[in-house]
Design a protein. Structure first.
Length: 543
Protein backbone atom coordinates (compact mmCIF):
# COMPACT_ATOMS: atom_id res chain seq x y z
CA UNK A 1 0.00 0.00 0.00
CA UNK A 2 1.29 3.45 -0.87
CA UNK A 3 2.31 5.77 1.95
CA UNK A 4 -0.07 8.42 0.54
CA UNK A 5 -2.93 6.07 1.51
CA UNK A 6 -1.77 6.21 5.12
CA UNK A 7 -1.65 9.98 5.09
CA UNK A 8 -5.20 10.36 3.82
CA UNK A 9 -7.01 12.03 6.72
CA UNK A 10 -10.33 10.75 8.04
CA UNK A 11 -12.76 13.07 9.77
CA UNK A 12 -11.48 13.45 13.35
CA UNK A 13 -14.78 12.46 14.97
CA UNK A 14 -15.04 9.13 13.14
CA UNK A 15 -14.10 5.67 14.34
CA UNK A 16 -11.90 5.18 11.29
CA UNK A 17 -9.80 8.22 12.28
CA UNK A 18 -8.63 6.35 15.39
CA UNK A 19 -6.93 3.72 13.25
CA UNK A 20 -5.71 5.92 10.40
CA UNK A 21 -4.15 8.47 12.74
CA UNK A 22 -2.11 5.77 14.45
CA UNK A 23 -1.12 4.26 11.10
CA UNK A 24 0.50 7.64 10.41
CA UNK A 25 1.81 8.44 13.90
CA UNK A 26 2.77 4.95 15.19
CA UNK A 27 3.00 2.77 12.08
CA UNK A 28 5.31 0.12 13.56
CA UNK A 29 3.46 -0.31 16.88
CA UNK A 30 1.50 -3.54 17.20
CA UNK A 31 -2.20 -2.80 16.71
CA UNK A 32 -3.74 -6.26 16.81
CA UNK A 33 -2.71 -9.66 18.15
CA UNK A 34 -4.54 -12.96 17.69
CA UNK A 35 -3.04 -16.41 18.27
CA UNK A 36 -0.43 -16.72 15.54
CA UNK A 37 -1.11 -13.26 14.06
CA UNK A 38 0.35 -9.84 14.85
CA UNK A 39 -0.36 -6.72 12.79
CA UNK A 40 1.22 -3.29 13.15
CA UNK A 41 -0.89 -0.19 12.72
CA UNK A 42 0.55 0.34 9.24
CA UNK A 43 -0.09 -3.29 8.24
CA UNK A 44 -3.64 -3.23 9.60
CA UNK A 45 -4.38 0.04 7.78
CA UNK A 46 -3.08 -1.49 4.56
CA UNK A 47 -5.41 -4.46 4.94
CA UNK A 48 -8.30 -2.16 5.79
CA UNK A 49 -7.72 -0.19 2.60
CA UNK A 50 -7.82 -3.43 0.57
CA UNK A 51 -11.04 -4.50 2.28
CA UNK A 52 -12.57 -1.08 1.61
CA UNK A 53 -11.91 -1.49 -2.11
CA UNK A 54 -13.49 -4.95 -1.95
CA UNK A 55 -16.62 -3.50 -0.34
CA UNK A 56 -16.78 -0.88 -3.07
CA UNK A 57 -16.48 -3.72 -5.59
CA UNK A 58 -19.68 -5.19 -4.15
CA UNK A 59 -21.43 -1.94 -4.98
CA UNK A 60 -21.62 -0.82 -1.34
CA UNK A 61 -21.32 2.82 -0.39
CA UNK A 62 -22.00 5.25 2.43
CA UNK A 63 -25.24 4.44 4.25
CA UNK A 64 -25.43 0.79 3.17
CA UNK A 65 -25.23 -1.97 5.78
CA UNK A 66 -22.97 -5.03 5.77
CA UNK A 67 -23.56 -8.01 8.06
CA UNK A 68 -20.49 -9.62 9.63
CA UNK A 69 -21.37 -13.17 10.67
CA UNK A 70 -18.01 -14.48 11.76
CA UNK A 71 -15.95 -15.20 14.86
CA UNK A 72 -13.42 -12.78 16.31
CA UNK A 73 -10.61 -12.50 13.77
CA UNK A 74 -8.37 -10.03 11.97
CA UNK A 75 -10.76 -10.42 9.01
CA UNK A 76 -13.67 -9.13 11.07
CA UNK A 77 -11.64 -6.14 12.29
CA UNK A 78 -10.49 -5.36 8.75
CA UNK A 79 -14.00 -5.38 7.29
CA UNK A 80 -15.44 -3.44 10.23
CA UNK A 81 -12.82 -0.68 9.96
CA UNK A 82 -13.09 -0.68 6.15
CA UNK A 83 -16.84 -0.17 6.41
CA UNK A 84 -16.27 2.57 9.00
CA UNK A 85 -13.88 4.33 6.64
CA UNK A 86 -16.40 4.26 3.80
CA UNK A 87 -19.38 5.31 5.92
CA UNK A 88 -20.94 1.85 5.57
CA UNK A 89 -22.78 0.50 8.62
CA UNK A 90 -21.41 -2.73 10.10
CA UNK A 91 -23.84 -5.18 11.69
CA UNK A 92 -21.80 -7.72 13.70
CA UNK A 93 -24.10 -10.74 14.04
CA UNK A 94 -24.13 -12.89 17.16
CA UNK A 95 -22.67 -16.26 16.09
CA UNK A 96 -24.83 -17.93 18.74
CA UNK A 97 -28.04 -16.85 17.05
CA UNK A 98 -30.25 -19.58 15.66
CA UNK A 99 -32.78 -19.47 12.83
CA UNK A 100 -35.44 -17.31 14.53
CA UNK A 101 -33.03 -14.54 15.54
CA UNK A 102 -30.91 -14.78 12.40
CA UNK A 103 -33.88 -14.43 10.08
CA UNK A 104 -34.90 -11.26 11.89
CA UNK A 105 -31.44 -9.71 11.62
CA UNK A 106 -30.58 -10.72 8.04
CA UNK A 107 -33.87 -9.46 6.65
CA UNK A 108 -33.74 -6.06 8.34
CA UNK A 109 -32.01 -3.75 5.86
CA UNK A 110 -28.79 -5.69 5.33
CA UNK A 111 -27.21 -4.92 1.94
CA UNK A 112 -24.50 -7.59 2.02
CA UNK A 113 -23.44 -10.49 4.24
CA UNK A 114 -19.87 -11.60 4.92
CA UNK A 115 -19.34 -14.86 6.76
CA UNK A 116 -16.56 -17.35 7.39
CA UNK A 117 -15.89 -21.06 7.79
CA UNK A 118 -13.30 -20.40 10.49
CA UNK A 119 -15.43 -21.88 13.30
CA UNK A 120 -16.88 -24.82 11.38
CA UNK A 121 -15.74 -27.27 14.06
CA UNK A 122 -17.96 -25.37 16.52
CA UNK A 123 -20.76 -23.93 14.39
CA UNK A 124 -21.43 -23.97 10.64
CA UNK A 125 -22.29 -20.32 10.04
CA UNK A 126 -22.83 -20.88 6.33
CA UNK A 127 -25.36 -23.61 7.01
CA UNK A 128 -27.18 -21.31 9.43
CA UNK A 129 -27.34 -18.47 6.91
CA UNK A 130 -28.37 -20.82 4.10
CA UNK A 131 -31.16 -22.30 6.21
CA UNK A 132 -32.57 -18.82 6.82
CA UNK A 133 -32.03 -17.78 3.18
CA UNK A 134 -32.75 -20.99 1.22
CA UNK A 135 -32.78 -19.13 -2.11
CA UNK A 136 -29.02 -18.61 -1.81
CA UNK A 137 -28.38 -22.14 -3.08
CA UNK A 138 -30.14 -21.34 -6.38
CA UNK A 139 -28.66 -17.87 -6.84
CA UNK A 140 -27.15 -17.41 -10.29
CA UNK A 141 -24.89 -14.54 -9.23
CA UNK A 142 -23.94 -14.13 -5.51
CA UNK A 143 -22.99 -10.51 -6.27
CA UNK A 144 -26.51 -9.70 -7.52
CA UNK A 145 -28.87 -11.58 -5.22
CA UNK A 146 -32.64 -11.50 -5.34
CA UNK A 147 -33.94 -13.01 -2.10
CA UNK A 148 -37.55 -12.83 -1.00
CA UNK A 149 -36.60 -13.29 2.67
CA UNK A 150 -34.01 -10.48 2.52
CA UNK A 151 -34.98 -8.24 -0.42
CA UNK A 152 -32.30 -5.61 0.24
CA UNK A 153 -29.42 -8.09 0.36
CA UNK A 154 -27.48 -7.90 -2.89
CA UNK A 155 -24.35 -9.95 -2.13
CA UNK A 156 -23.01 -12.72 0.11
CA UNK A 157 -19.35 -13.58 0.71
CA UNK A 158 -17.72 -16.64 2.29
CA UNK A 159 -14.18 -16.30 3.61
CA UNK A 160 -12.17 -19.52 3.80
CA UNK A 161 -11.49 -22.62 1.75
CA UNK A 162 -15.00 -23.82 0.98
CA UNK A 163 -16.92 -22.96 -2.16
CA UNK A 164 -20.65 -22.79 -1.52
CA UNK A 165 -23.38 -21.88 -4.05
CA UNK A 166 -24.76 -18.42 -3.43
CA UNK A 167 -21.55 -17.06 -1.86
CA UNK A 168 -18.67 -15.21 -3.48
CA UNK A 169 -15.30 -16.68 -2.53
CA UNK A 170 -12.57 -14.44 -1.13
CA UNK A 171 -10.73 -14.79 -4.44
CA UNK A 172 -13.79 -13.59 -6.33
CA UNK A 173 -14.22 -10.75 -3.86
CA UNK A 174 -10.63 -9.64 -4.46
CA UNK A 175 -11.12 -9.76 -8.23
CA UNK A 176 -14.05 -7.34 -7.90
CA UNK A 177 -12.09 -4.79 -5.81
CA UNK A 178 -12.23 -1.21 -7.07
CA UNK A 179 -8.72 0.00 -7.89
CA UNK A 180 -7.32 3.45 -8.52
CA UNK A 181 -7.21 6.70 -6.57
CA UNK A 182 -10.85 6.86 -5.55
CA UNK A 183 -10.99 8.39 -2.03
CA UNK A 184 -11.88 5.94 0.72
CA UNK A 185 -12.61 8.28 3.63
CA UNK A 186 -16.31 9.03 3.25
CA UNK A 187 -17.69 8.73 6.79
CA UNK A 188 -18.84 11.72 8.83
CA UNK A 189 -19.20 11.94 12.58
CA UNK A 190 -22.99 11.88 12.59
CA UNK A 191 -23.11 8.73 10.43
CA UNK A 192 -24.07 5.37 11.98
CA UNK A 193 -21.03 3.12 12.28
CA UNK A 194 -22.64 0.06 13.89
CA UNK A 195 -25.99 -1.58 14.42
CA UNK A 196 -25.65 -3.85 17.45
CA UNK A 197 -28.52 -6.22 18.15
CA UNK A 198 -29.45 -6.63 21.78
CA UNK A 199 -32.28 -8.33 23.61
CA UNK A 200 -34.53 -6.12 25.68
CA UNK A 201 -38.12 -6.66 26.70
CA UNK A 202 -39.28 -7.17 23.12
CA UNK A 203 -39.90 -10.51 21.46
CA UNK A 204 -36.92 -10.18 19.11
CA UNK A 205 -33.55 -8.40 19.45
CA UNK A 206 -33.53 -4.68 18.68
CA UNK A 207 -30.83 -3.03 16.57
CA UNK A 208 -29.06 -0.27 18.49
CA UNK A 209 -27.61 2.41 16.23
CA UNK A 210 -24.12 3.57 17.27
CA UNK A 211 -22.85 6.77 15.66
CA UNK A 212 -19.22 7.44 14.73
CA UNK A 213 -18.95 10.47 16.98
CA UNK A 214 -20.34 8.57 19.98
CA UNK A 215 -18.02 5.58 19.65
CA UNK A 216 -14.96 7.72 18.87
CA UNK A 217 -15.61 10.01 21.86
CA UNK A 218 -16.34 7.13 24.21
CA UNK A 219 -13.24 5.25 23.03
CA UNK A 220 -11.02 8.22 23.80
CA UNK A 221 -12.66 8.61 27.22
CA UNK A 222 -12.13 4.91 28.01
CA UNK A 223 -8.45 5.21 27.10
CA UNK A 224 -8.14 8.08 29.58
CA UNK A 225 -10.00 6.12 32.30
CA UNK A 226 -7.60 3.20 31.89
CA UNK A 227 -4.53 5.38 31.47
CA UNK A 228 -3.66 3.58 28.22
CA UNK A 229 -0.33 4.47 26.65
CA UNK A 230 1.23 3.69 23.28
CA UNK A 231 2.40 0.10 23.00
CA UNK A 232 0.55 -1.13 26.10
CA UNK A 233 -1.29 -4.41 25.61
CA UNK A 234 -5.00 -4.91 26.35
CA UNK A 235 -6.36 -8.48 26.45
CA UNK A 236 -10.06 -8.85 25.72
CA UNK A 237 -11.67 -12.22 24.79
CA UNK A 238 -15.20 -10.83 24.49
CA UNK A 239 -17.05 -11.58 21.21
CA UNK A 240 -16.95 -8.87 18.57
CA UNK A 241 -20.72 -8.86 18.22
CA UNK A 242 -20.64 -7.28 21.69
CA UNK A 243 -19.67 -3.72 22.64
CA UNK A 244 -17.49 -5.19 25.41
CA UNK A 245 -15.09 -6.05 22.59
CA UNK A 246 -15.54 -3.23 20.07
CA UNK A 247 -15.42 -0.30 22.50
CA UNK A 248 -12.14 -1.42 24.16
CA UNK A 249 -10.64 -2.15 20.73
CA UNK A 250 -11.42 1.39 19.60
CA UNK A 251 -10.01 2.71 22.88
CA UNK A 252 -6.76 0.90 22.11
CA UNK A 253 -6.69 2.39 18.62
CA UNK A 254 -7.19 5.88 20.08
CA UNK A 255 -4.08 5.49 22.26
CA UNK A 256 -1.85 3.40 19.95
CA UNK A 257 -2.18 0.51 22.40
CA UNK A 258 -2.20 -3.15 21.33
CA UNK A 259 -5.52 -5.00 21.30
CA UNK A 260 -5.26 -8.76 21.95
CA UNK A 261 -8.15 -11.14 21.30
CA UNK A 262 -9.02 -14.70 20.33
CA UNK A 263 -11.56 -16.37 18.03
CA UNK A 264 -13.69 -17.56 20.95
CA UNK A 265 -13.09 -17.90 24.64
CA UNK A 266 -11.23 -21.08 25.55
CA UNK A 267 -9.69 -21.18 29.06
CA UNK A 268 -6.61 -23.12 27.93
CA UNK A 269 -5.90 -20.73 25.05
CA UNK A 270 -6.62 -17.77 27.32
CA UNK A 271 -4.08 -18.91 29.90
CA UNK A 272 -1.46 -19.42 27.18
CA UNK A 273 -2.08 -15.91 25.85
CA UNK A 274 -1.96 -14.33 29.29
CA UNK A 275 1.30 -16.14 30.01
CA UNK A 276 2.85 -15.16 26.68
CA UNK A 277 1.63 -11.58 26.34
CA UNK A 278 1.46 -10.47 30.01
CA UNK A 279 -1.03 -7.69 29.13
CA UNK A 280 -1.30 -4.45 31.06
CA UNK A 281 -5.11 -4.75 31.07
CA UNK A 282 -7.08 -7.99 31.53
CA UNK A 283 -10.61 -7.27 30.29
CA UNK A 284 -12.31 -10.52 31.28
CA UNK A 285 -15.38 -8.41 32.09
CA UNK A 286 -17.99 -11.00 33.17
CA UNK A 287 -17.77 -13.65 35.93
CA UNK A 288 -18.08 -16.72 33.64
CA UNK A 289 -14.86 -15.69 31.89
CA UNK A 290 -13.03 -14.25 34.90
CA UNK A 291 -13.81 -17.27 37.07
CA UNK A 292 -12.79 -19.71 34.33
CA UNK A 293 -9.38 -18.03 34.31
CA UNK A 294 -9.08 -17.87 38.10
CA UNK A 295 -10.00 -21.54 38.49
CA UNK A 296 -7.75 -22.79 35.71
CA UNK A 297 -5.13 -25.27 37.00
CA UNK A 298 -2.32 -23.10 35.60
CA UNK A 299 -3.52 -19.77 36.95
CA UNK A 300 -1.53 -20.00 40.19
CA UNK A 301 1.77 -20.45 38.34
CA UNK A 302 1.08 -17.23 36.41
CA UNK A 303 0.63 -15.12 39.54
CA UNK A 304 1.43 -12.34 39.78
CA UNK A 305 0.24 -11.83 36.24
CA UNK A 306 1.82 -8.41 35.90
CA UNK A 307 -1.36 -6.64 34.78
CA UNK A 308 -2.03 -3.22 36.24
CA UNK A 309 -5.81 -3.38 35.64
CA UNK A 310 -8.39 -6.18 35.66
CA UNK A 311 -12.00 -5.54 34.60
CA UNK A 312 -14.94 -7.48 36.00
CA UNK A 313 -18.60 -6.64 36.57
CA UNK A 314 -20.21 -8.42 39.53
CA UNK A 315 -21.54 -8.06 43.06
CA UNK A 316 -19.10 -6.89 45.79
CA UNK A 317 -18.36 -10.37 47.19
CA UNK A 318 -17.35 -11.64 43.76
CA UNK A 319 -15.36 -8.49 43.08
CA UNK A 320 -13.33 -9.07 46.24
CA UNK A 321 -12.40 -12.55 45.00
CA UNK A 322 -11.17 -11.00 41.76
CA UNK A 323 -9.17 -8.38 43.64
CA UNK A 324 -7.47 -11.09 45.69
CA UNK A 325 -6.75 -13.31 42.67
CA UNK A 326 -5.28 -10.61 40.42
CA UNK A 327 -3.41 -8.55 43.02
CA UNK A 328 -1.66 -6.17 42.69
CA UNK A 329 -3.76 -5.25 39.62
CA UNK A 330 -6.41 -2.62 40.23
CA UNK A 331 -10.00 -3.79 39.78
CA UNK A 332 -12.20 -1.68 37.47
CA UNK A 333 -15.96 -2.18 37.22
CA UNK A 334 -18.51 -0.57 34.96
CA UNK A 335 -22.14 0.04 34.13
CA UNK A 336 -23.39 -0.05 30.59
CA UNK A 337 -25.67 -1.37 27.90
CA UNK A 338 -25.60 -1.44 24.13
CA UNK A 339 -27.98 1.54 23.95
CA UNK A 340 -25.36 3.63 25.79
CA UNK A 341 -22.46 2.93 23.43
CA UNK A 342 -21.53 -0.14 25.44
CA UNK A 343 -20.39 1.47 28.68
CA UNK A 344 -21.67 4.57 30.42
CA UNK A 345 -19.40 4.50 33.48
CA UNK A 346 -16.08 2.99 34.53
CA UNK A 347 -14.04 3.38 37.66
CA UNK A 348 -10.83 5.32 37.40
CA UNK A 349 -7.79 3.28 38.35
CA UNK A 350 -7.15 5.63 41.29
CA UNK A 351 -10.67 5.33 42.78
CA UNK A 352 -10.74 4.07 46.35
CA UNK A 353 -11.21 0.38 47.15
CA UNK A 354 -14.65 1.13 48.57
CA UNK A 355 -15.76 2.87 45.37
CA UNK A 356 -14.38 0.15 43.11
CA UNK A 357 -16.09 -2.65 45.06
CA UNK A 358 -19.46 -1.02 45.67
CA UNK A 359 -20.14 1.35 42.78
CA UNK A 360 -19.95 1.33 38.97
CA UNK A 361 -17.75 4.40 38.69
CA UNK A 362 -18.54 7.87 37.40
CA UNK A 363 -20.30 8.46 34.06
CA UNK A 364 -18.12 9.24 31.08
CA UNK A 365 -17.74 12.89 29.99
CA UNK A 366 -20.47 14.29 27.81
CA UNK A 367 -23.31 12.40 29.49
CA UNK A 368 -26.04 13.56 31.84
CA UNK A 369 -27.36 10.90 34.22
CA UNK A 370 -30.46 11.30 36.33
CA UNK A 371 -32.27 8.98 38.71
CA UNK A 372 -36.04 9.27 38.35
CA UNK A 373 -38.90 7.96 40.42
CA UNK A 374 -40.46 5.38 38.05
CA UNK A 375 -43.95 6.27 39.23
CA UNK A 376 -43.82 10.08 39.13
CA UNK A 377 -40.93 10.70 36.73
CA UNK A 378 -39.41 13.17 39.20
CA UNK A 379 -35.70 13.26 39.99
CA UNK A 380 -34.89 11.65 43.33
CA UNK A 381 -32.35 12.95 45.88
CA UNK A 382 -28.75 11.74 46.07
CA UNK A 383 -28.56 8.22 47.45
CA UNK A 384 -32.17 7.30 46.66
CA UNK A 385 -33.10 4.64 44.14
CA UNK A 386 -34.95 5.10 40.87
CA UNK A 387 -34.69 4.48 37.15
CA UNK A 388 -31.40 5.35 35.46
CA UNK A 389 -32.01 7.74 32.54
CA UNK A 390 -29.28 9.17 30.31
CA UNK A 391 -28.78 11.73 27.58
CA UNK A 392 -25.58 12.88 25.92
CA UNK A 393 -22.85 11.59 23.65
CA UNK A 394 -23.25 7.90 24.59
CA UNK A 395 -27.01 7.69 24.01
CA UNK A 396 -28.16 5.89 20.89
CA UNK A 397 -30.04 8.04 18.36
CA UNK A 398 -32.62 5.28 18.03
CA UNK A 399 -33.27 1.67 17.17
CA UNK A 400 -32.59 0.60 13.61
CA UNK A 401 -35.72 0.93 11.49
CA UNK A 402 -37.86 0.84 14.61
CA UNK A 403 -39.55 4.15 15.39
CA UNK A 404 -42.03 2.56 17.81
CA UNK A 405 -39.41 1.28 20.23
CA UNK A 406 -37.31 4.41 19.78
CA UNK A 407 -40.22 6.58 20.90
CA UNK A 408 -40.86 4.28 23.85
CA UNK A 409 -37.23 4.41 25.01
CA UNK A 410 -36.31 8.09 24.52
CA UNK A 411 -38.49 10.72 26.14
CA UNK A 412 -39.36 14.23 24.96
CA UNK A 413 -36.37 15.68 26.85
CA UNK A 414 -33.95 13.36 25.08
CA UNK A 415 -33.35 10.99 27.98
CA UNK A 416 -32.98 7.27 27.30
CA UNK A 417 -34.88 5.22 29.89
CA UNK A 418 -32.69 2.26 30.79
CA UNK A 419 -35.25 0.21 32.69
CA UNK A 420 -32.54 -0.31 35.34
CA UNK A 421 -32.71 0.69 38.99
CA UNK A 422 -29.80 2.76 40.27
CA UNK A 423 -28.66 5.57 42.52
CA UNK A 424 -25.94 8.23 42.56
CA UNK A 425 -23.77 8.82 45.59
CA UNK A 426 -22.54 12.22 46.77
CA UNK A 427 -19.45 11.93 44.54
CA UNK A 428 -21.46 11.16 41.42
CA UNK A 429 -20.62 7.46 41.33
CA UNK A 430 -23.36 5.30 39.86
CA UNK A 431 -24.66 2.30 41.80
CA UNK A 432 -26.68 -0.42 40.07
CA UNK A 433 -29.47 -2.10 42.04
CA UNK A 434 -31.31 -4.31 39.55
CA UNK A 435 -33.83 -4.12 36.71
CA UNK A 436 -37.23 -2.60 36.30
CA UNK A 437 -37.83 -4.29 32.97
CA UNK A 438 -38.49 -7.95 32.38
CA UNK A 439 -35.02 -8.93 31.25
CA UNK A 440 -32.50 -11.50 32.43
CA UNK A 441 -28.73 -11.15 32.47
CA UNK A 442 -27.22 -14.55 31.63
CA UNK A 443 -23.43 -14.58 31.79
CA UNK A 444 -23.25 -11.00 30.53
CA UNK A 445 -25.83 -11.50 27.76
CA UNK A 446 -29.25 -9.82 27.82
CA UNK A 447 -32.16 -12.24 27.49
CA UNK A 448 -35.68 -10.94 27.02
CA UNK A 449 -38.19 -13.06 28.89
CA UNK A 450 -40.74 -12.15 26.23
CA UNK A 451 -38.60 -13.57 23.43
CA UNK A 452 -38.38 -16.98 25.13
CA UNK A 453 -42.05 -16.87 26.10
CA UNK A 454 -43.13 -16.13 22.53
CA UNK A 455 -41.10 -19.06 21.22
CA UNK A 456 -42.43 -21.60 23.72
CA UNK A 457 -45.95 -20.35 23.07
CA UNK A 458 -45.64 -21.70 19.52
CA UNK A 459 -45.40 -25.27 20.80
CA UNK A 460 -48.63 -27.26 20.31
CA UNK A 461 -50.85 -27.29 23.37
CA UNK A 462 -49.13 -24.50 25.31
CA UNK A 463 -51.78 -22.27 26.87
CA UNK A 464 -49.60 -19.82 28.81
CA UNK A 465 -45.89 -19.48 29.54
CA UNK A 466 -43.89 -17.23 31.84
CA UNK A 467 -40.09 -17.03 31.98
CA UNK A 468 -38.16 -15.79 35.02
CA UNK A 469 -34.52 -15.60 36.09
CA UNK A 470 -33.11 -18.01 38.65
CA UNK A 471 -29.80 -17.19 40.42
CA UNK A 472 -26.84 -19.17 39.13
CA UNK A 473 -23.36 -19.27 40.63
CA UNK A 474 -21.56 -19.24 37.28
CA UNK A 475 -23.87 -17.22 34.99
CA UNK A 476 -25.45 -14.84 37.56
CA UNK A 477 -28.90 -16.04 36.50
CA UNK A 478 -30.47 -18.49 34.06
CA UNK A 479 -33.93 -18.73 32.45
CA UNK A 480 -36.68 -20.89 33.94
CA UNK A 481 -39.95 -21.49 32.10
CA UNK A 482 -43.33 -22.05 33.78
CA UNK A 483 -45.95 -23.51 31.44
CA UNK A 484 -49.68 -24.10 31.63
CA UNK A 485 -50.87 -26.67 29.10
CA UNK A 486 -54.24 -26.68 27.38
CA UNK A 487 -56.73 -29.52 28.04
CA UNK A 488 -55.62 -32.86 26.64
CA UNK A 489 -52.04 -31.75 25.88
CA UNK A 490 -48.78 -32.75 27.54
CA UNK A 491 -45.13 -31.87 27.13
CA UNK A 492 -41.97 -32.89 28.94
CA UNK A 493 -39.19 -30.68 30.22
CA UNK A 494 -36.79 -32.27 27.73
CA UNK A 495 -39.12 -31.58 24.79
CA UNK A 496 -39.36 -27.90 25.68
CA UNK A 497 -35.60 -27.56 26.08
CA UNK A 498 -34.85 -29.33 22.79
CA UNK A 499 -37.43 -27.19 20.97
CA UNK A 500 -35.71 -24.05 22.23
CA UNK A 501 -32.17 -25.31 21.55
CA UNK A 502 -32.99 -25.70 17.88
CA UNK A 503 -34.34 -22.15 17.52
CA UNK A 504 -32.56 -19.70 19.84
CA UNK A 505 -29.07 -19.09 21.21
CA UNK A 506 -28.01 -21.51 23.92
CA UNK A 507 -27.80 -18.85 26.64
CA UNK A 508 -31.53 -18.12 26.14
CA UNK A 509 -32.64 -21.74 26.51
CA UNK A 510 -34.46 -22.44 29.81
CA UNK A 511 -32.38 -24.44 32.28
CA UNK A 512 -35.53 -25.39 34.17
CA UNK A 513 -39.08 -26.11 32.99
CA UNK A 514 -42.00 -26.47 35.37
CA UNK A 515 -45.64 -27.18 34.49
CA UNK A 516 -48.36 -25.40 36.48
CA UNK A 517 -52.14 -25.34 36.63
CA UNK A 518 -52.46 -22.20 38.77
CA UNK A 519 -50.57 -18.91 38.80
CA UNK A 520 -49.67 -16.62 41.72
CA UNK A 521 -51.63 -13.45 40.97
CA UNK A 522 -51.83 -9.84 42.10
CA UNK A 523 -55.09 -8.09 41.29
CA UNK A 524 -54.47 -8.30 37.56
CA UNK A 525 -50.99 -9.72 36.87
CA UNK A 526 -49.00 -12.89 37.37
CA UNK A 527 -46.45 -12.35 40.13
CA UNK A 528 -43.31 -13.60 38.45
CA UNK A 529 -41.15 -13.08 41.50
CA UNK A 530 -43.23 -15.67 43.38
CA UNK A 531 -42.63 -18.20 40.61
CA UNK A 532 -38.91 -17.63 41.05
CA UNK A 533 -39.16 -17.96 44.82
CA UNK A 534 -41.03 -21.26 44.49
CA UNK A 535 -38.41 -22.76 42.19
CA UNK A 536 -35.51 -21.52 44.31
CA UNK A 537 -37.10 -23.11 47.38
CA UNK A 538 -37.52 -26.38 45.47
CA UNK A 539 -33.90 -26.35 44.31
CA UNK A 540 -32.59 -25.51 47.78
CA UNK A 541 -34.63 -28.31 49.34
CA UNK A 542 -33.31 -30.77 46.78
CA UNK A 543 -29.68 -29.75 47.38
Amino acid sequence: MARTELNTTAASDTVSSLLWNQAHESPDTAALIFPGVQLSYAALAGRVAQRARQLLGLGLDRGDAVGLLMPNSPDLVEFLMAAATLGIISIPVNVRFKSRELEHVLSNGMTALITSDQMIEHVDLVALASAVLPELAQAEDPAHLELSAAPEMKAAVLLGERRIPGFLSEEQLSERAVLGDEPLHRAQGQDPVLVMYTSGTTALPKGCIVEHRSLAANARAVAVKFGLTAGESFWDPMPMFHMASLLPMCACFSAAATYISMSHFDPDVAIEMLDCERPAVVYSCFPPVTMAIMHHPRFEELRPLGARVVVNIALPDTQQLVVDAFAPARLVGAYGMTELCGTLSYHSVDDSDEKRLNTCGQPMPGNEVRILDPETGRQVPVGERGEIVVRGINRLPGYYRDEEHTRAAIDADGFFHSGDIGSLDADGHLIYHGRLKDMLKVGGENVAALEVEDLIATMPGVKLVQVVGIPDERLTEVPAAFIEMGPGHTLSEAEVIEYCKARIASFKVPRYVRFVSEWPMSATKIQKYRLGEQLQAELQARS
